[in-house]
Design a protein around this ligand. Sequence first.
Ligand code: FAD
Ligand code: SF4
Length: 359
Amino acid sequence: MRAFEYTPAADVAAALAAIGPGALPLGSSHSARFIAGGTNLIDLMKEDVMQPARLVDITRLPLTAIEETPEGGLLLGALARNADTAKHPLVRERYPLLSAAMLAAASPQLRNMATNGGNLLQRTRCYYFYDAGVPCNKRAPGSGCPAKAGLARQLAILGTSESCIATHPSDMCVALAALDATVHVQSARGARAIPFADFHRLPGDEPQRDSTLEADELITHIELPARGYAQHSTYLKIRERASYAFALVSVAAAFELDEAGRMRHARLALGGVAHKPWRDLEAESLLEGQAPETQIFERAADALLAPARAWGSENGPGYNGFKIPLARRAIVRALEMARAGELTNTGELAADIFQEQRA
Ligand SMILES: Cc1cc2nc3c(=O)[nH]c(=O)nc-3n(C[C@H](O)[C@H](O)[C@H](O)COP(=O)(O)OP(=O)(O)OC[C@H]3O[C@@H](n4cnc5c(N)ncnc54)[C@H](O)[C@@H]3O)c2cc1C
Ligand code: SF4
C-alpha cells in the first residue's frame, strides 16, 4: 500500500476542514477521501485501484442516530452501522423493505463495520476495475472497457454506454430508491439535499464518476419519507450462491392497496442491472390503479426491460444475456411476493439469529 496522511476528525466542521476545498473530483483516484467503515476503500487501496493522498477518518462524528422527522419519516445517520440500521425497531416496523435489503447484503461481520454513508458510495465490483493491470475507463479514464466483449456476467443490461457497463453493487440503495429517500450532504459551501434518483449517475462518457456528490461533500443523513410500505413490500435477491454474494439481479417492489384492492403508489427498483439503482416511473405507472394480478406485473416487467441490452462475449461464460429473462421473472415474482405480504427470499431477517451473530 502507498503512503498516505491520516487525519481523525472529531466533528463535522473538523472533517470538512480536513478534506479541504481543493479536493479533486470524486472520479479521481488520488484525492483526499473520507473513511468510514473502510470495508470498501481499504480493499481498493490494497489493490492499488485508489491512491488517496489523505484519509479523513469520520467514524467519531456524531452522526450515528436514527431519529423520527416531524413529517413522520426517519433520519438515518450516515455513520450508523448497516447492522444497527437494519435491526432498529423503527426501521423494521415501518420500512421492512430497507431492513430486508440491508440484511441481504454481505456478511454479519461486514454489516457490523459498514456505514450507511459508505454503502451509498461503494464502488463497482466489475473484475476489470479491480485489476490495476488491465484497461478500465472507470479506473483510468480513456483506457478502454474490456468488459463489453469479455466478462460481463455480473454487469449491466440497462442504461449502459460505450464507455462502461458496470453495475452499482449495493442492496441498501435499491430499497432506498424504491422508498424515495433523500441524501443530505454538507460541505464548507453549505448543505444540500439530493433526491435519491439524482444521487447515482449513469456512466455516459464519464464513468469514473459514480455519483453527483462533490469530493468535498460529506453525507450526513439519509431521510426516509413517511410512506414505508410495511404491508406490501419485498426485497428479492438473486445471487450465484446461497452464502454472501452480490446480486445478479435484485428487485425492490412495493405498493399500497386502496379500498377497491387496486395498487397505488407502486414502486419498482432493480439492483445488479445498471450503473445506478434502476427505477422506472413508466413501469410503475402501468401498475398504479390496477388490480395486483400477475398479467399486470408481466406487462410492467416487459415495459421496464424493453430497452435492455446484453453484453459480453456472446454465448461465452461472460455473456450476460441471461439477465434479461432472469430480471423479468424476478420482477413478476417480487410483485407476487409483495401481494402476498412476503418480505424477502433470503431468509435472513430472524431477529434471534441476528442477535446471536452480534453477541
Ligand atoms: C466481501 C464483501 C461482500 C460484500 N457484499 C455486499 C453485498 O452483497 N451487498 C452490498 O450492498 N454490499 C456488499 N458489500 C459492500 C459493503 O456493503 C460496503 O463495502 C460498505 O457498505 C461500505 O461502507 P463503509 O462504511 O465500509 O465505507 P468505506 O469503505 O469507509 O467508504 C466507501 C466510500 O465512501 C466514502 N464515504 C464513506 N462515508 C462517507 C460519508 N459519510 N460522506 C462522504 N463520503 C463517504 C469513502 O470516502 C469511500 O470513497 C460487500 C463488501 C465486501 C468486502
Ligand atoms: S465496465 Fe466499467 S468498470 Fe468494468 S471494465 Fe468497463 S469501464 Fe471498467
